[in-house]
Design a protein around this ligand. Structure first.
Ligand code: PLP
Length: 393
């Protein structure tokens, strides 16, 4: 049988053409990683214990394909409480992380040729999923402050089949405000545009920033697919569990794709997720506080430089560092890796992510200090090579 690359499907080729997502490797010895998109905290003990107890009870067989009824019930109850709108367990599909949820939404609801509007830079998986389903990406650059450019959205959204974004945003750390969401609701009034809201970092919001779920906004809630994951808030990236909350009439296609690809999810993982939902805010707060302190620490370390602009990261655990030198971000990421610090190239997140790198606060202050020192020394080299820049906006 011929197993040559000629067998690669058109679909896989289409993704390969657009994808800027690097294959992730562990950091080499002696290298500091500010590239990680996952919590450096262990999964809370209560959660791991619930998973282990489920295995020991023999909960190791197929589960309901849409998710354990008690888990969907708990998710629906929590969503109802948070939004003041009634959500039924039948509106929840438990998925293989946020990645699985997004994949099911795209494959289930977005047709080839559909226009999918994406403010960018944004989470790099969306572009790959648009390619997977053969849709047409409509990229809308963010404003200088890394919030949405509302005029540009007003120009792009008419005729859109779907609008996809994350809030809080990876890679910018921006929390989109209720006003921004309400503006989009008004733009979409009277249309059939689907709104795909990836709220993976909703539990990681700092300081005065206020996060509004898409489900809290009239005009968006009725058309919204909320994609959520246990990965970030609960430090559960390896458990691979998330969910989609959908308007009732959109559940069946999502569930169809989910069971076609996944069948059911691991049963004990779902018991662990149920225990995660029972954690109190006070139990989760130490992680949020630690990210917030590290964010402040990183901002302080970078504050003396007028060649770095990082907006004001208010959520998730990222900062997006824009620099004014004419060096592509993938070259910068490679140079930094050679000098001992891993970061993510801004271009991974869209064309307007160029000339920026993403750093993550999901690491110790010592690593942040070491990594940012290396970044600063490297920027000094670039300044010597390319001349002192104009101060960034
Ligand atoms: C915005 C965003 N959505 C979804 C995901 C996927 O998370 P999961 O681990 O649940 O697949 C990530 C992971 O980095 C993310 O940053």
């Amino acid at each position: 049988m011929d197993m040559s690359p000629a067998h690669t499907s058109q679909r896989a080729n289409d993704i390969a053409q657009v994808s800027r997502r690097p294959a992730l490797k562990p950091a080499a010895a002696g290298t500091v990683s500010l590239a990680m998109g996952e919590p450096d905290f262990p999964t809370p003990a209560q959660v791991s214990s619930a998973g282990i107890a489920a295995i020991e009870r023999g909960e190791t067989h197929y589960a309901d394909q849409n998710g354990l009824p008690q888990l969907r019930q708990a998710i629906a109850a929590r969503t109802t409480l948070q939004t003041g709108r009634p959500y039924a367990p039948e509106q929840v599909v438990v998925t293989h992380g946020g990645t699985g949820g997004l994949s099911c939404v795209f494959l289930g609801l977005v047709d080839p040729g559909a226009r999918v509007v994406m403010p960018e830079p944004t989470y790099s998986l969306y572009a790959d999923l648009v390619a997977l389903v053969g849709a047409e990406p409509v990229l809308v650059p963010l404003a200088d402050d890394l919030h949405w450019d509302l005029d540009a959205l007003a120009a792009a959204l008419p005729g859109a089949d779907a609008f996809v974004f994350c809030n809080p945003c990876n890679p910018t750390g921006i929390v989109h405000t209720a006003e921004e969401l309400q503006f989009v609701a008004r733009l979409l009034d009277g249309t059939d545009t689907l709104v795909i809201s990836d709220e993976a970092y909703s539990g990681l919001v700092f300081g005065d920033a206020t996060y509004s779920s898409v489900l809290n906004v009239p005009g968006l809630a009725e058309r919204a697919l909320l994609v959520q994951t246990f990965s970030k808030t609960y430090a559960m990236t390896g458990w691979r569990i998330g969910y989609v909350v959908a308007p009732q009439h959109l559940v069946a296609p999502i569930a169809r794709i989910h069971r076609t690809i996944n069948g059911s999810l691991a049963t004990f993982t779902q018991h662990a997720a149920l225990a995660a939902l029972e954690l109190t805010e006070a139990e989760l707060m130490p992680m949020v506080t630690a990210y917030a302190e590290r964010r402040d620490f990183a901002i302080q370390l970078l504050s003396g430089r007028d060649d770095i602009c990082l907006g004001s990261p208010e959520g998730a655990f990222y900062a997006f560092l824009r620099y004014p030198y004419p060096v592509p971000s993938e070259a910068v990421a490679n140079d930094l890796s050679d000098r001992g610090v891993l970061v993510r190239a801004g271009a991974e997140y869209g064309p307007h992510g160029e000339h920026a790198v993403r750093i993550s606060f999901a690491t110790s202050k010592a690593s942040l200090r070491q990594g940012i020192d290396i970044i600063c020394r490297y920027l000094d080299e670039l300044a010597d090579r390319h001349g002192q820049p104009q101060p960034t906006v």
